[in-house]
Design a protein around this ligand. Sequence first.
Ligand SMILES: Nc1ncnc2c1ncn2[C@@H]1O[C@H](COP(=O)(O)OP(=O)(O)OP(=O)(O)O)[C@@H](O)[C@H]1O
Length: 288
Amino acid sequence: MTTPVLEARDVTMRFGGLTAVRSVDFTVNSGEIVGLIGPNGAGKTTFFNCLTGLYVPTEGTVSYKGTVLPPKPHLVTKAGIARTFQNIRLFANMTVLENVLVGRHTRTKEGLWSALLRGPGFKKAEKASEERAMELLEFIGLADKRDHLARNLPYGEQRKLEIARALASEPGLLLLDEPTAGMNPQETRATEDLVFAIRDKGIAVLLIEHDMRFVFNLCDRVAVLVQGEKLVEGTSDVVQADERVVAAYLGEPFQGEPGEAEATEVTEAGTGTSGDAPSTTSTKGEAK
Ligand SMILES: Nc1ncnc2c1ncn2[C@@H]1O[C@H](COP(=O)(O)OP(=O)(O)OP(=O)(O)O)[C@@H](O)[C@H]1O
């Protein structure tokens, strides 16, 4: 039984004369891990920013569990959508535990500033929050580093901590922007297990990723954005079999970043995928 967690309808984002995202319809259902791929500059991060209230879409709506979201990041987080960013955005001089506690501010009566300044109200609410934060650190595998400064963690653990902080807001949907960027193969595999474990906790996951093997191993469904439009959407098998996807990665419009390595990955990443029957295919237009 699937119910939509996230529904984007006809989302368009223009920057002056540039249309970065064009009329995108997109759904994430409960229990799903969905991937959003596409060549550099395809509009993936812009679309994420529209979903999370960082950008007000020029047109279209974004709903979470049937309610249209106001385009304000803190209200989107409060509603139940959490995210990580392409570049790590931790509080470098705060401890691991404090970073997670800050992530909980939408779920406590205390506000962000109170959490950051550690005022009296925050300290009172801290105990219950701390227990929950420690549960998350256990889950993510960083409990023994609770008192380490975030900046002293190795890169892979900083990314994990970002995920823990996002989970601290108790989301129903987690958005991950390039979660494996800069990771070694071991860290990437661990992240794969972590995403499965997050899904098993009942949290739907939408991720942007350039590592095709990671995407095709992990995702129940993959959508491909090309020049701001959704070109193909379906299971990993459907997407890998679609010649337009490889063509898009090799396409001429993306000067300087032809995406050849990724296109090769798209064609090669078939090994080790589930082999499920294709379930959904929607296409829009032809590859340009
Ligand atoms: N704030 C902005 N103002 C103007 N143009 C923007 C802005 N943000 C993104 N763009 C443009 O929108 C287009 C889509 O960019 P975006 O970063 O969303 O692509 P992407 O698919 O996430 O790329 P990458 O995989 O390289 O991160 C690009 O042409 C980019 O230059």
